[in-house]
Design a protein around this ligand. Structure first.
Ligand code: F6R
Length: 364
């Protein structure tokens, strides 16, 4: 049932504050000001390396997690798409945890990668939205998302719930490795607990974003730029746009632009820049200005401070609430989802059932 919504995708985008709160409930103990994980038969503190494997949007959640695990837990992390993982003969040593992320828990490549990692002696953790799925059954550590059934083929609410679980896992890993003081843990719990309200604030810009759809809908190519954990968010923005609007889009690490794709820039290629204020802001903005200097049309997604500082010369801005860097990827998911959604609606494509795509990919 789509309720008041025109599409399942739109309904699922708007469910995010509720389902992220629901998911966080299992991973936060607000009274103790601690993060928590389900029971497991191994010690997180004994893990020496994490190998993250997934496909598509779930892979981008894993890419954000790599930044977090390294930054907060100083944990060495390997990351791969499932369809490549087995074939490159990865070196999987004792003490490794292999982490698989999947909405459906049935994606054939990811499941095959899981079985390979198990055969190679890795502990197996899974972040899945379907608790009865194959991956859930085969895990040593099951980390469920509580997004509820996701019907739209383009993943939205499952993704932000994955990020919520992965942020909590990052904090647990950091604590287990002695990298997180009680004060820092309290801060992280506080910031995660603010995520649902921040998602609501992001959703409040729905109409502004709808009004911008005409800036993107006529384009043949669109670029998305981000840095740090917002780089995977740029990749996710591009994936959402191409799968539902059929516009060619690419995500790029902001600093990589000048190594090639800047040659594409002209007034017909909208460039979406994801740049929350913070330590990476200045650098991303200077990459954005390289685009503007070449006649590129920029849509800047940032907070009020960032827009005040760098909004000039853009064709549009989308204002996000100012949030802690840990929850920025969750919040910045919303504008890229809404932009893809409204562009697709403007183009009249089949938003919930894009051509050539299936909700669960069970072939390798
Ligand atoms: C993109 C999308 C796909 C899935 C991918 C993995 O919107 O939905 O890229 O993310 O097929 O699916 P799961 O997460 O079920 O393993």
């Amino acid at each position: 049932d789509k309720g008041n919504h025109r599409h399942f995708m739109q309904k699922e985008i708007f469910e995010q504050p509720v389902v992220v709160a629901q998911t966080l409930q299992s991973y936060l103990r607000p009274l103790e000001e601690q993060v928590a994980l389900p029971q497991m038969d191994f010690e997180l503190g004994d893990i020496r390396r994490v190998t993250i494997v997934a496909c598509g949007t779930s892979f981008y959640a894993g890419m954000v997690a790599k930044y977090w695990f390294e930054q907060f837990a100083r944990m060495p992390v390997d990351l791969d798409v499932a369809s490549e993982f087995r074939y490159r003969q990865p070196v999987l040593e004792e003490g490794g945890l292999a982490l698989f992320i999947s909405q459906s828990g049935e994606t054939a490549d990811t499941l095959a990668a899981l079985r390979h990692a198990r055969a190679e002696g890795q502990k197996i953790a899974v972040v899945v939205n379907v608790p009865t799925s194959s991956m859930a059954r085969e895990a040593d550590l099951l980390l469920p998302t509580h997004a509820g059934p996701e019907i739209g083929v383009a993943s939205t609410k499952a993704f932000t719930c994955q990020l919520a679980v992965l942020a909590a896992l990052a904090a647990n890993l950091a604590r287990a490795r002695g990298k997180l003081s009680a004060d820092e843990e309290r801060d992280i719990v506080g910031h995660l607990a603010e995520a649902p309200a921040a998602l609501n604030a992001a959703l409040a810009h729905d109409e502004d974003i709808e009004a911008m759809a005409h800036l993107v809908a006529p384009a043949r190519d669109v670029l998305y730029l981000g840095r740090g954990p917002d780089y995977p968010m740029a990749l996710e923005g591009a994936l959402k746009l191409k799968e539902i609007s059929y516009i060619h889009a690419e995500g790029y690490a902001a600093g990589e632009m000048k190594h090639g794709p800047i040659a594409l820039i002209d007034e017909n290629v909208p460039v979406i820049v994801l740049a929350p204020s913070g330590p990476l802001f200045e650098k991303t903005v200077s990459n954005m200005q390289e685009v503007q200097a070449r006649g590129g049309k920029v849509i800047l997604i940032s907070d009020a401070e960032g827009i005040a500082q760098a909004g000039e010369g853009t064709i549009a801005t989308i204002e996000m609430p100012r949030v802690h860097p840990l929850i920025a990827p969750l919040v910045y998911a919303v504008p890229v989802q809404l932009l893809a959604y409204h562009v697709a609606v403007a183009k009249g494509t089949d938003v919930d059932q894009p051509r050539n795509l299936a909700k669960s990919v069970t072939v390798e």
